[in-house]
Design a protein around this ligand. Structure first.
Ligand code: SF4
Length: 358
């Protein structure tokens, strides 16, 4: 029997009732007034949950409000072009989230007449909808007793029950979902899930949990043994891979050369400045010269006007921003490259690393 199965077997009715009562009471008195909590529209809850993945609440609020102004209903979002949608997402990062959401919303519009499905099997099949998002929408919007276990909830559970398993592993998340399923009160699943998340986000903080303010301190094994900050257990992530990169800002009169990023991988399909990754051991001067030659581009003087860094989840870019005037824009280009009026590039949705450069 696994450690988590033992924990689940040991959950007594008294413990479950106390957790439910204390947590719900605390949540109803202390919850933050967040825009997506004001109604139970499954579309709005879905969008907010996607935005909140890897992003702080304070950052999400203005984006969510702006997004809802532009796309107040699921049908509005389904009918919008990719450019429009990306523009409203610009700056939030992790662009695959919005691409998946847009694709899924279109599917809901076509297949379910614009109604977010309330069946677990149906919603779980939509692009980008994992167990957490499905659980959040089903419990909050539809009142179904489905778990919604995010990083905050995993931290809380690992402290309550002193769970030694690595929370980065899928099987640990699944085990935590089993614990949550046992704890959820069928009469208030949405509030209970949100209470758990809220506790993790505002009280059971990663480095300094505010145990004195915690509504469930009597139930917490880590507090009883003074080991709160030893949980959750998590293997250290590898640091992002370092990479030298050149951004080319190639100009011809009022035009700029822009590049469509590859269909797969980092910042896929986004509009960008031509970007050259310098492979370790090669000389950037040579690589830049080769690249220009390969594209048939002839430049006048080239100048490095800035150096800066940008960290993605798996990459750390050290960027050299090079500016040059191109002699001509008549050369045929490969299909990823385009000459655009500078104004057009300044307006199109760009990843923040390119906005920084621009
Ligand atoms: Fe977290 Fe402290 Fe509450 Fe335990 S008592 S759940 S460590 S805030």
């Amino acid at each position: 029997m696994s450690h988590v199965d033992e924990i689940i077997n040991q959950l007594t009715t008294t413990h479950i009732t106390q957790i439910q009562t204390h947590l719900l009471e605390w949540y109803r008195q202390n919850r933050r007034d967040l825009p997506w909590r004001r109604e139970k529209d499954p579309y709005k809850i879905w969008v907010s949950e996607v935005m909140l993945q890897q992003t702080r609440v304070e950052t999400v609020i203005p984006y969510f409000q702006r997004f809802m102004k532009h796309f107040p209903t699921l049908s509005d979002l389904a009918a919008a072009s990719e450019e429009e949608v990306l523009k409203e997402w610009e700056g939030l990062g992790y662009y695959s989230r919005i691409r998946n959401l847009h694709a899924a919303v279109k599917e809901v519009q076509a297949k379910y007449d614009g109604h977010v499905p309330a069946q677990k099997e149906d919603i779980s099949q939509l692009k980008g909808v994992g167990p957490y998002t499905a659980g959040a929408v089903l419990s909050i919007a539809y009142g179904q007793p489905e778990p919604a276990v995010d990083g905050n909830v995993m931290r809380v559970f690992s402290r309550w029950y002193m769970i030694e398993d690595d929370i980065a592993q899928m099987k640990t998340r699944k085990a935590m979902e089993r614990i949550a399923s046992r704890l959820i009160p069928p009469e208030a699943p949405g509030d209970f899930n949100q209470a758990l998340m809220e506790l993790g986000a505002t009280v059971c903080l990663p480095t300094s949990p505010c145990c004195l303010l915690c509504p469930v301190q009597e139930e917490c094994r880590a507090l009883a043994t003074g080991k709160q900050t030893e949980f959750p257990r998590k293997k250290k992530k590898k640091p992002p891979r370092k990479q030298q990169v050149v951004f080319f800002m190639l100009l011809h009169e009022k035009s700029i050369l822009v590049e469509r990023r590859p269909k797969k991988g980092l910042l896929s399909n986004m509009w960008a400045l031509p970007t050259i990754e310098i492979v370790e051991g090669s000389k950037s001067e040579v690589v830049m010269k080769d690249w220009l030659q390969k594209q048939g581009l002839v430049i006048k003087e080239r100048q490095e006007i800035a150096k800066f860094e940008h960290i993605f989840s798996h990459r750390h870019w050290y960027i050299s921003l090079q500016v040059a005037d191109c002699s001509t824009m008549d050369t045929p280009l490969n299909e990823q490259l385009h000459w655009w009026p500078i104004e057009k590039f300044s307006q199109v949705a760009k990843a923040s690393v390119y906005r920084k450069a621009f």
